[in-house]
Write a protein that binds this ligand. Structure first.
Ligand SMILES: C[S@@+](CC[C@H](N)C(=O)[O-])C[C@H]1O[C@@H](n2cnc3c(N)ncnc32)[C@H](O)[C@@H]1O
Length: 259
């Protein structure tokens, strides 16, 4: 908690807006995609599903992946409503993911950490994209699958199991990743391992989004390591998420942007 508060103060002191952006590429990305939250009304049905989850009395047994959690301790049974309240991203982030995918014209999407599949649904909105999403808790994955069925989504594939085992197998298949959203095991080592594995299948125009970069010291350490990676040319800190791009024609720059 102390880490999150001091990190937010630091972010708040450093954040800049469009007036400070000199590069036409980042100016356009920021003003026409990141900051332009114009797609609020497109997801009413998904938000109704969030609402149902927020009121669900159903119990599930999340797996303890070793990272601190505000939702559960010692893998006890937890109400779906508690996970929906504290363990999911804000709709603002979900909309951002959808806009980034549209802006970059990404087609092959990977999500690590499906949970109930709300962000998956936001990312899979267009039938032109294919989303492969990874979740390790069977009971949670089953709820996500029900949601995908409800929305009649045939462009989502859920891979069940521990990402430490399922992701290397997936990466071994001949796939290209245009967009990856990482919100799974919030620890340093798994996050860096996932980043390195995903890098094997990304390309110059791919985008990766890391959630909860200030969740803990370990996550911030992972974010700092990712930013410094030689293949990362542009990194953007929005506090809730960190975005990295790999375009070789950009000179390595980091931005902390108001969001
Ligand atoms: C924070 S939640 C994801 C929330 C989701 N991004 C959203 O906002 O809709 C993280 C999920 O990742 C899953 N997870 C964490 N570590 C994992 C691992 N090693 N293998 C598989 N799933 C994992 C958890 O079970 C949990 O459901």
């Amino acid at each position: 908690m102390v880490h999150q508060v001091t990190s937010f103060l630091n972010y708040w002191l450093n954040e800049v807006n469009a007036h400070s952006l000199q590069s036409p590429f980042i100016y356009s990305l920021y003003t026409t995609c990141i900051r332009k939250d114009s797609n609020k009304n497109e997801f009413k049905e998904i938000e109704q599903t969030r609402n149902r989850l927020l009121h669900s009395e159903m119990l599930v047994k999340p797996i303890d992946w070793g990272a601190p959690s505000t939702v559960h301790s010692n893998s006890s049974n937890v109400r779906v409503s508690a996970i929906a309240k504290q363990g999911l991203t804000k709709p603002k982030i979900s909309r951002l993911l959808n806009r980034l995918i549209q802006y970059s014209n990404s087609k092959h999407i990977v999500e690590l950490g499906t949970s109930f599949g709300l962000n998956t649904l936001y990312m899979a909105q267009s039938e032109e994209v294919k989303v492969t999403t990874f979740e390790g808790s069977k009971e949670i994955a089953d709820i996500a699958l029900t949601n995908f069925e409800f929305f009649k989504k045939s462009n989502i594939k859920l891979v069940e199991g521990n990402i430490d085992e399922t992701l290397p197998k997936f990466i071994d298949s001949r796939i290209h990743i245009d967009f990856a959203y990482i919100d799974a095991n919030h620890r340093f080592e798994p996050t860096i391992n996932y980043f390195k594995l995903l890098l094997k299948r990304t390309h110059d125009n791919s985008i990766m989004v890391f959630d909860d970069i200030y969740w803990s010291k370990e996550m911030t350490q992972a974010w700092n390591t990712i930013k410094e990676h030689p293949q990362v040319t542009l990194s953007i800190d929005l506090f809730d998420v960190g975005i990295v791009l790999f375009k070789p024609d950009l000179s390595k720059t980091h931005y902390t942007l108001m969001f």
